[in-house]
Design a protein around this ligand. Structure first.
Ligand code: 5AD
Ligand code: SF4
Length: 483
C-alpha cells in the first residue's frame, strides 16, 4: 500500500491549474489570534526553522517563529535537538529544490535518534504537485506538508500530528489572503522586513511564483503605516518593503489611486532612517514612484531593478511587457533624478530559444545601464510554466559559457560601483564583525555597499558610523572609521 492510501490526514493537495485561476473575489484578511486550546501546545518544547530563498521567505519564517512562540515553543539553537523542525522552501529554480532534498536526507537520520521530532515542509515547494507527491511517497518521515497560504494553521497542523500520528498535508491552491496581527520573531533588532503586498499576477513565462504565491494583493495602507510606526518606536533603523511586484501596490485597493509612490511618501513621514524595497517590476515603475525615491530622505539611493534580458524578442517571450528601450528610459530617468543611485538587477541566461546574439544584447545592456551588481541565473525549467515546454536547443555547456561571460561584465560593474566611493565619507549601518579579516566590522552604506572597517567595538552593532573609503574590490569596500 502506498503512503497515499495509508496514512495521510487532512489531505489538501496542490493543483497548479487551480493556482493559476484569478477569481474576481475580494481579498480576505485574516486576523491572527492564538486559540485557547493551543496556548500550551509547545510548552517545554523547542523549534528550529531552516529558511531558503527570497526575503519574502525570511519574513514568513519570522511569522512562523512568532506563531510557534505564541503557543509556547522556544527557539532551539541546534536543529538536532528541536522538537519541531520546519523547512521553509523555495521553488524558483531546480537547484533551490535540490538543496531541500539534501537537507531532508540529513533530517531522516536525526529523526531516527529523535523519533518524536516533528518535521514540517512549507513555503513554495509544497505548492508544486510534483514536489508534494514526492514528499508523500518517498519521505514518509515528514509529518507536515503545508504551503504559502496557511502558515496561520501551524498550531492546528501540529496538534493534528499529535492526535493522529499521521502525515498532515494541507496545501491550498487558492488566490491567497492577507494575514494581519501575526506575532513575529524578528531576526534583527535594527533591520526589519515589512510586507506591503503578496503574490504576483505577472506570469512571466519562466516563473513559478504566480502559481505558488497566489494573486497580487496589497495590505491596507493603515496596517503598513502602523507596522512601520511601531518599528520606529522600537528603535529600528532600516526597513525593507517586500512584495513580488511592489510597484503594483494599491492597484487592488479601493479605486487604485493610492499607489506605491504615495506609500513611499507616507512612510518617509514616519521618520525611520532608511527605507529600501524589493522588487519592483520595470513596467510598473512610474514617474510618481521615481519622484518619491528622489524626494524622500529615508528612501535609499539603491534600486534592485530586475531586467532579465536585454533583447526585445526574449523579453517578449518571457512576457515581461517592456522593451529594452522602455527599460533604459526608466534607468536614464532614475539617473537624472538621483545621480548617485546604484542600480542592480536580475538576469536569466539561456532562456529557451535565446541565441548567442540575443544574449550579447544582455551583456551590452549591463554596460549601458551601468549596473553595480546583478543576480545572474541560468534558466531552470519549472514544470507547469509556459517556458518549460518551449524548445530549448542550446546545450547546458554553452549556457555555462554564456553565464561566465555575463559574470565578467557584471563583476566589472560591481567593482566600478565600489571604486567610485574611494575617498568619499559614507554612512554605514553596522551589522557585526566582518566575515573575513580580523578585527574588522562591517555594514552597509545607503547605496547598499558592503563596507569593512577596523574595529572590534561590538557596541557599534545597529548604529550608524561614518567611514572614509580607502580601498575597493569586487565584493566590498574598505575604509577607516571617522571619529
Ligand atoms: N530560472 C532561472 N531564474 C529564474 N528566476 C525566476 N524564475 C527562474 C527560472 N525558472 C529568477 C529571475 C527572478 C529571480 C528572483 O529569479 O531572475 O527575478
Ligand atoms: Fe516571477 Fe515575473 Fe512575478 Fe517576478 S514579476 S515573481 S519574475 S512572475
Amino acid at each position: 500500500m502506498s503512503k497515499l492510501d495509508k496514512d495521510i490526514e487532512n489531505m489538501f493537495l496542490p493543483s497548479l491549474k487551480a493556482a493559476k485561476l484569478r477569481k474576481k473575489m475580494p481579498t480576505e484578511t485574516i486576523k491572527y489570534e492564538v486559540e485557547e486550546k493551543y496556548k500550551d501546545l509547545g510548552k517545554g518544547k523547542t523549534y528550529y526553522i531552516y529558511t531558503y530563498g527570497c526575503q519574502g521567505n525570511m519574513a514568513d519564517s519570522e511569522i512562523m517563529a512568532g506563531i510557534l512562540e505564541s503557543v509556547g515553543y522556544t527557539l532551539s539553537n541546534d536543529p538536532i535537538d528541536a522538537d519541531v523542525v520546519l523547512l521553509n522552501t523555495c521553488a524558483v529554480r531546480e537547484n533551490a529544490e535540490q538543496r531541500i532534498w539534501g537537507v531532508l536526507g540529513q533530517l531522516k537520520g536525526r529523526k531516527r535518534l529523535h523519533p518524536d521530532m516533528i518535521i514540517g515542509i512549507c513555503g513554495c515547494m509544497p505548492q508544486e504537485e510534483k514536489a508534494t507527491n514526492k514528499l508523500i511517497n518517498s519521505y514518509e518521515f515528514v509529518d507536515i506538508v503545508f504551503g504559502t497560504h496557511n502558515r496561520d494553521h501551524l498550531p492546528y497542523l501540529i496538534s493534528q500530528v499529535f492526535e493522529t500520528r499521521k502525515t498532515v498535508v494541507e496545501v491550498l491552491s487558492n488566490e491567497g489572503s492577507i494575514l494581519e496581527c501575526a506575532p513575529k520573531r524578528r531576526e534583527s533588532t535594527f533591520k526589519a522586513w515589512v510586507h506591503i503586498m503578496y503574490g504576483c499576477d505577472e506570469f512571466c513565462t519562466y516563473c513559478i511564483v504566480p502559481y505558488t504565491r497566489g494573486k497580487e494583493r496589497s495590505r491596507a495602507k493603515e496596517d503598513i503605516l502602523a507596522e512601520v510606526k511601531e518599528l520606529k518606536e522600537k528603535g529600528y533603523k532600516e526597513i525593507t518593503l517586500l512584495g513580488q511586484n511592489v510597484n503594483a501596490y494599491g492597484k487592488d485597493l479601493n479605486d487604485g489611486s493610492y499607489t506605491f509612490g504615495d506609500l513611499l511618501v507616507d512612510i518617509d513621514k514616519i521618520g525611520i532612517d532608511r527605507v529600501r524595497f524589493t522588487s519592483p517590476h520595470p513596467r510598473d515603475m512610474d514617474e510618481k514612484a521615481m519622484q518619491a525615491m528622489a524626494n524622500c530622505k529615508s528612501v535609499m539611493p539603491h534600486l534592485h531593478f530586475p531586467v532579465q534580458s536585454g533583447n526585445d524578442r526574449v523579453l517578449k517571450i518571457m512576457n515581461r511587457k517592456y522593451t529594452r528601450k522602455e527599460y533604459m528610459d526608466k534607468i536614464n530617468r532614475l539617473y537624472e533624478l538621483i545621480p548617485d543611485i546604484s542600480i542592480t538587477t536580475d538576469i536569466i541566461v539561456g532562456f529557451p530559444g535565446e541565441t548567442y546574439e540575443e544574449f550579447k544584447d544582455t551583456v551590452s545592456l549591463v554596460k549601458e545601464a551601468r549596473f553595480e551588481g546583478a543576480y545572474t541565473f541560468i534558466y531552470s525549467p519549472r514544470e507547469g510554466t509556459p517556458a518549460a515546454i518551449m524548445d530549448d536547443p542550446i546545450s547546458a555547456e554553452d549556457k555555462h559559457k554564456w553565464f561566465n561571460e555575463l559574470c565578467e561584465a557584471t563583476n566589472e560593474g560591481y567593482l566600478k560601483g565600489h571604486e567610485r566611493f574611494i575617498g568619499r565619507e559614507v554612512e554605514v549601518l553596522v551589522e557585526g564583525p566582518a566575515k573575513s579579516g580580523e578585527n574588522m566590522m562591517s555594514g552597509y552604506t545607503p547605496n547598499n555597499k558592503l563596507t569593512h572597517f577596523e574595529s572590534t567595538d561590538q557596541s557599534l552593532i545597529g548604529k550608524f558610523v561614518k567611514v572614509k573609503i580607502t580601498k575597493a574590490n569586487t565584493w566590498f569596500m574598505i575604509g577607516d572609521l571617522v571619529e
